[in-house]
Design a protein around this ligand. Sequence first.
Ligand code: F6P
Length: 569
Amino acid sequence: MSSPRLKVPWANRLKTPPRTEADKPLISAHPLWRSLQQRASKMPALRELFDRKSESGVQRFEQMSVRTDGLLLDYSKQHIDQAALTELLQLAQLCAVEQKRDAMFLGRPVNVTEQRPALHTALRAPAQAAIQVQGENVVPAVQSVLQRMADLCTQIHSEQWQGFRARAIRHVVNIGIGGSDLGPRMAVQALQPYAQSALQFHFVSNVDGWHLADVLRQVEADQTLFIIASKTFTTQETMMNAHSARAWMLAQGCPEAELHKHFVAASTNVTAAQVFGIAAENVFPFWDWVGGRYSLWSAIGLSLMLSIGPENFRQFLAGAHAMDRHFGSAPLERNLPVLFALMGIWNTNFLARHAQSIAPYDQRLAGFPAYLQQLEMESNGKRVSIEGRTLDYATCPVLFGEPGTNGQHAYFQLLHQGPQVIPVDFIAVAQDDSGVNGHHPTLMANCLAQSQAFAFGKTIEEVLAEMPPERAALAPHRTFTGNRPSNTLVLDKLDPAGLGALIALYEHKVFVQAAIWDINPFDQWGVELGKTLAAELGQQFSGAGDESYSHTHDASTVGLFKHLQALRK
Ligand code: F6P
């Protein structure tokens, strides 16, 4: 990483009013961008690209795959050639990806619209590291909270911590939403084989009462610990669920004076957590320089630590830190997050692919696509540049996915033969520890077969050659166009370090893409308008609003409101 005196390259740009469209051109006006567009329009078929002999005689796989500790990225099935890749690397340089990366690692206020650093990397830095925010080294505070979390784990696992009626904790209920839910939920499931205790984990996010009610039916009050996970401690859904959980606990016979045995919090807003009634020693803090969707490494990961234990949690952080080190130091052309990001830029901006499917070939990663939806779309779903200028190019694609073999029997039909081309990230785990013999070879075969079918397809000539002439009318239906791009990520093992590295890879990919698109990946103003309108409509639904709503809302909203109110009664 470069000099600590480095400035945030774009931080001062916000101090002036939004520029006009006639000002400094967007990156899409650069000749390099136009050259990439031309290359994309003339890109030969993947069959041909794979047949080409490289000058050095190296096979395409060797040329277009990178390996770091425990993780391989094969991007050779992307619809791209070396010349385009070289220009994409130049684009990354032109967009100051390395300087922006260094600014993030150094704690500069890279979240310019909120004037904050984005220092999730500090949460997984080694204890001896020094990372300054406003002149203060934040690492000791990070380590101190980790230690307090570890102490809580020890108390709960050893059954020293008991609920009212002196019963040991058996259920942990994480109440949170967005980044305070998706990360821990996904990781607890992914690392279930590393569970250190008989605790059962539950996650409540939806404000729909069914979600909480469903969980409360499965737990015993005197054996349940609620974690109220909320960065702000003001999120409506989480607060409503937290208050209802508290009321339920009292109704189940927990004396008010013993509620502290059943409620802990993870939040930056320690005061609000205490006002809610959580004892100061039960609040695990983190800091405003941790974005919600980047908070799994902080106290928001408490449920994960309770599941896998402090030592495994440290391995999880170490795996992410190893990826940070690689991202911070590897040259661009061997840098896994950079190459991964560039493949996305190529697909989105030059091949006009506006969706992205995630296909984990491992059931433990079932929650990963949903987790990535927030990470990628809340970060990079932006239409204006850092300076507030309207972009004339696409940013984040629409993400969706399911465990691979399940997707194969559902929406993969569209991925194979739909008119739109949707790139896929295949994620495979090389070492099988399911304990069920014979399944893993089939799973891996499916993973490789799918990416092969997407890349090379089946021509109409090949189809006709296989069928009797009287059935030739079916040939178009059985033809696969090929040239459908994919990445394949292979984890050596789905262990805590491997999962940490995988998540950090995606985080840094998102960052690199934002750097090229010239957007801020760390704010999320887009969620605000809906929240404001919901607060107002909530008053109307609960009968506390005034009668003027029909003048202030549109006809559709008023019509639906009246319809719902009539039926609700
Ligand atoms: O509404 C979006 C969001 O702010 C996310 O960015 C965040 O992860 C989620 O809500 C939950 O916020 P909090 O952790 O403050 O409750």
